[in-house]
Design a protein around this ligand. Structure first.
Ligand code: SAM
Length: 212
């Protein structure tokens, strides 16, 4: 994502009641933060947050946590939350590599990855959010249950992700190379900002669902 630095974004994120500060202190405490025992679903690399905000509106019985590492991006979601707050949505401004420090084992039930950065160079493969290293972290957070759902328009990243899923010993529960033409996989699909942009250009959207 091309990043435009937004003046004051860091301060706004640090002061926002919707962003959990010192998140490593909240591991094991997320249900208390939300004030209920509802399931917790996470989106990693949420960008400006449209996907997660739509889901949070549609599913008041699920708690959502959006992770975005750049304050200049997260601030867009915060502006929308200020205008129309959602009680079942909170944000973290962290790098996803720290996810195991922020959630206790089994605290979340689902992780969404949407249009994650491809990191095309081989030497950067471990940075891809669907690498084995990341899948191992997700397995800890999910404590061996739940699922990861991943969408992309990048075929090379998708193929890499399928290999990672197998190598990490996860089970592939769903897979399509053209989501919008797959009635079963596309049912209830909520489009992300990137999904809308890329599908408007005619790019097929790839999706997989993997169980730890
Ligand atoms: N998910 C959104 C969508 O589909 O429209 C945004 C996709 S954008 C290409 C990827 C986003 O993931 C960027 O906002 C980027 O800052 C964030 N991101 C990438 N790697 C991350 C990481 N390791 N931890 C947290 N956020 C990350």
């Amino acid at each position: 994502m091309r990043l435009r630095n937004i003046k004051g974004a860091g301060e706004a994120v640090a002061a926002s009641r919707y962003v959990i500060q010192e998140p490593e202190r909240q591991a094991g405490n997320w249900h208390t933060l939300f004030g209920n025992a509802n399931p917790i679903h996470i989106e990693i690399g949420m960008g400006k947050g449209r996907f997660l905000m739509t889901l949070a509106e549609q599913n008041p019985g699920i708690n959502y946590v959006g992770i975005e590492r750049y304050s200049s991006v997260l601030i867009r979601a915060l502006q929308k939350m200020e205008a129309a707050p959602l009680p079942n949505l909170l944000f973290l401004c962290i790098d996803a590599g720290d996810i195991e420090q922020v959630f206790a084992p089994g605290e979340a039930e689902r992780i969404y990855l949407n249009f994650s950065d491809p990191w095309p160079k081989d030497r950067h493969a471990r940075r891809r959010l669907t690498s084995r290293e990341y899948l191992d972290r997700y397995r800890t957070v999910l404590a061996g249950k739940g699922r990861v759902e991943f969408k992309t328009d990048n075929e090379a990243l998708f193929d890499f992700s399928l290999e990672s899923v197998e190598a990490a010993g996860w089970t592939l529960a769903g897979c399509t190379r053209n989501l919008h033409l797959d009635p079963e996989m596309n049912e209830g699909n909520v489009m992300t900002e990137y999904e809308e942009k890329f599908s408007a250009k005619g790019n097929p959207i790839y999706k997989l669902i993997a169980l730890p």
